[in-house]
Structures are given as C-alpha cells and as structure tokens.
Design a protein around this ligand. Structure first.
Ligand code: PHE
Length: 339
C-alpha cells in the first residue's frame, strides 16, 4: 500500500507540473482528492491493514493529501495571476498616445454665400421661390420674350432634352411660373442650379448656380432697382461698396443693364481682381419687359417690375479670392477646409 501511495504522489505531482489551465487543475483535484478520488479510495481500504501498519500508512496518506492540496493551491494561484497579467496587458491604455482628430463639417463656400444672399433679401421682405431644373422651352425662353430663332437657344448654349424641353439655362422660368400663379405684389428670389453647354475651364462650368430676383407691383421704378442692388452690394461686399449700371440688352427686360460693383480687392483703384478696371461685373438687371408681364396675365399698364440675376460662383470666387471655378465642384477636402 505504501508503494501504491508513493506512486500516486509521484504521478499527481508530475501531472501538476504540466497543467496550465484552471479547469484541468480542478479535474485533477477531483481525480485524486475527491470523494471517489484515488487517494480517498486507498484510505477507505485501510481497514485491511494490520494495527501496526495502519497509523504509518494513515500518516503517509495524510501527508500526501496535505502536500498535494498545498501544491494545487500554489499552481492555482500561479494560473490566476498569469490570467490576470494577460488581461491587464491586453487592456493597456497608453494615455500618452495622440488623439484622433475629428473634423467638424462646414458649409460649402457656395452654400455659405447663397445663405448670405438669402439673408439679405429675406431681410428686405422677399420670399424664396423654386422650380424644376428640367423645364419647358416655353418657360425658359418663349414666355421670357426669347423667340424661336433667338441665338440664346442655340444648342451650343442649351441642353435640349427634346424639342420642347430643356435643362433650364437660368432661373428666370421660376419667375414666369410664379407670376402665372400669384398676383402682384410679388417679391421673390429664385436660387437654383442652371445648365449651359459650356466646356469646363477656370471660369466656366456646364452646371452652375444663380439667384434671380423679381419685384412686381404698382409704381415700381428703376430707382427701386438701383436702391435694392445698392443695398445688396453693401450687404455682401461691405458698407463702402459702390455700384454702377451699364446699358445692356436682355430680351426679357427693358431697359436692361449690367451691374458692376467697385472692386473689393482695391476699392476702385485697379488691381489684379478687376484687371485694373476698379469695377467687377456681378449681375444683369432691368425693368421687366411689358411682353413678359402680359404673357403672365399681368397688365403692364397697371403694374411694373424689375428683375435681376447673378451667378453665385462668380460672387463666391470674388469674395474669397478663388481663381478657378473647378475648385468649387471638385470637393477636395483640403480646399473646402479653408473656409
Ligand atoms: N436671366 C439672366 C441670365 O441668366 C439674368 C437676368 C435676370 C438679367 C433678370 C436681367 C434680369 O443671364
């Protein structure tokens, strides 16, 4: 029985050295020390021993049990510590590491300028009107006093969807729609995307944005137009901005003018932005042609109106000193971040 006990001791201790998992350790404990464990079984068989042998074997069995229990406890502690170390290592937080920068979204410069333009006109009591980008030839041209043979209808300038449908070349058709569905007094601005068959370069794009304005009421004069544009120019380019009107021709206004603002770069003395002129052209304007009013069911003997239209790209480029329109459409984050 002594040999049996010694064999169990050796076997158990050998196995213990190879264990590296707590579950295996628990199994081993049960295997030797459990109720049905090997050591327990042997102790149960002690009855068959002689009275002299009994205490010696008993002592030995108890020593082995104690030694085994101690060793198991040690191994268990070692395993738990290893487990904890591993966990700590995998959860290490290096508080000296640099943070990850989250960039804040910003308004696109075109949106920012459009918002400014809207603010100025909303402040003067205008409403915003919108219309479709795919438009009837009638609304885009004919109702605006641009007859069938007018050069503006050339396929060089206009994207035709079909004979009677175009991609709008300006937002003036929104004004036609509005005049046909509303009675004066009318005071609207029409912001939106417009299309012209131009090749892309630093100052042209086949898609760009306009804001057009329309006021129709009794007794509206050219003086109202000039005062409105003056207020607008000061609002967008600064208090000291002056405007100047040059005679021009648009089929839908009479008289018509091109409108310049004093250069924001040099205040009128001449620089690179205004090419030495001191003035920069920013919009077209005029008194609504009687034919247009009549076409929309408004009596030109009773009512008069003015209209104006501007390209948002050009104003944005001027305000921010951007020299290539393509930058506004490429959405390069390095460019957009600067605004
Ligand atoms: N519709 C014109 C254009 O797109 C601009 C304009 C609007 C001119 C109103 C005069 C009056 O070119």
């Amino acid at each position: 029985m002594k040999e049996q006990l010694e064999a169990i001791r050796k076997q158990a201790f050998d196995k213990l050295e190879e264990i590296n998992d707590i579950r295996e350790l628990d199994e081993l404990k049960v295997h030797y020390l459990g109720k049905k464990g090997e050591l327990t079984q042997i102790l149960k068989g002690m009855g068959s021993l002689s009275p002299e042998e009994r205490p010696i074997v008993g002592q030995l069995a108890n020593d082995i049990r104690t030694a085994l229990e101690e060793r198991i406890a040690e191994v268990k502690e070692r395993l738990i510590k290893a487990l904890r170390d591993e966990k700590l290592k995998s959860e290490t937080l290096d508080v000296t590491m640099p943070g990850r920068i989250r960039h804040l979204g910003k308004k696109h410069p075109l949106t920012a300028v459009l918002d400014e333009i809207k603010d100025i006109f909303l402040g003067m009591g205008y409403e915003i009107a919108e219309g479709p980008e795919v438009e009837l030839d009638y609304n885009n041209f004919e109702a605006l006093n641009i007859p069938k043979n007018h050069p503006a209808r050339d396929t060089q300038d206009t994207f035709y969807i079909s004979e009677n449908v175009v991609l709008r070349t300006h937002t003036s058709p929104v004004q036609i729609r509005h005049m046909k569905s509303h009675k004066p007094p009318i005071r609207i601005i029409c912001p939106g995307r417009v299309y012209r068959s131009d090749a892309v370069d630093a100052t042209h794009s086949p898609v760009f944005h306009q804001v057009e304005g329309l006021v129709v009421d009794k007794g509206v004069t050219m003086g109202d137009l000039v005062g409105t544009l003056q207020a607008f120019a000061r609002g967008i380019f600064g208090e000291n901005t002056k405007i100047r009107l040059r005679p021009h021709h648009f089929p839908f206004t009479e008289p018509s003018a091109e409108v310049d603002v004093s250069c924001w770069g040099c205040n009128g003395s001449g620089c690179r932005i205004c090419k030495g002129e001191g003035w920069v052209e920013i919009l077209g304007a005029g008194m609504v042609h009687p034919n247009v009013l009549r076409e929309c069911g408004i009596d030109p003997e009773v009512y008069s109106g003015f209209a104006f239209g501007m390209g948002i790209e050009r104003i944005t480029m001027g305000k921010y000193g951007i020299d290539d329109m393509r930058l506004l459409f490429e959405n390069d984050i390095r460019f957009l971040k600067q605004f």
